[in-house]
Ligand binder design. Sequence first.
Ligand code: PEP
Ligand code: MG
Length: 310
Amino acid sequence: AAERVRVSPRSPGELADGTPVPLLANLGSVAGAAGALALGAEGVGLFRTELLFLDRAEAPGVAEQADRYGELLAAFPGKRVVVRVFDAGADKPLAFLRPDEAEPNPALGVRGIRALRARDEVLRDQLTALALAQDAHEADLWVMAPMIADLPEAAAFVTFAKRLGLRTVGTMIEVPSSALLAAQILGVADFVSIGTNDLTQYTLAADRLLGPLGSYQDPWHPAVLRLVKLVGDAGLASGRSIGVCGEAAADPALAVVLVGLGATSLSVTPAALGDVRSELRRYTLEAARAMAMDALSAASPAEARAAALA
Ligand code: PEP
Ligand code: MG
């Protein structure tokens, strides 16, 4: 690989051979937009809408939500802004999307799209607000759903969102079933974005919030990488955009591997943009693919990392 040099935040994410890899920001508030832009974010790859309303007893109305989403889009004129509908449950409880029954295993409970399907008026209001914001601003709004498990769930979401006027609609891939079925899902979704935090938790069956199981939460695990490759291959076959928006993309060496596995854009916490941008410039697509192949055949996260970097 080429030497690591600091790349200006004004230059876009790309590999050494010029392959573009848009570098987007993960945001949980509109206030974070200016900082992300200063660090060279080319747009937003994950806007976690549930974080706007953690303190609310009742669901926010359409007008209020449209204002908030409008402020976000106004900060990114002409740029891609991927907004995720409410991912309530488990580590992010929302009072207005609480499960009806107590859950012994909240990570395996009524969260994400499952909670929204149980309260479809909340989803309708959110998508209506997003469509209003989309029509009032010049940003390129993409909307996606969390915790999608299979094609029927993806198709139901995409159909509902498009009926309400959203133009670009996709899903997260963070449940192993949806990674296995990515080719089917890409038949109805305009794009997917891989959430490596939950994909790792569910692949290794280890709650991401439990300290004693922390060592399982390692996206270098070859089982996780193999699932990412399935999604990447489906992306290549369909020509659709494959994002990664989990923490894995913020690890510069892993970012290169993810691109080698087929990711076409990466979304990271803004502070990580510089290191990822610099690292990507050191490798061609061919080199990234070779690193990915080496990591895939390893037996553990540590071996995968060592093999990729060898
Ligand atoms: C993920 O699961 O990787 C993800 C990006 O979503 P969150 O961390 O908000 O669950
Ligand atoms: Mg997630």
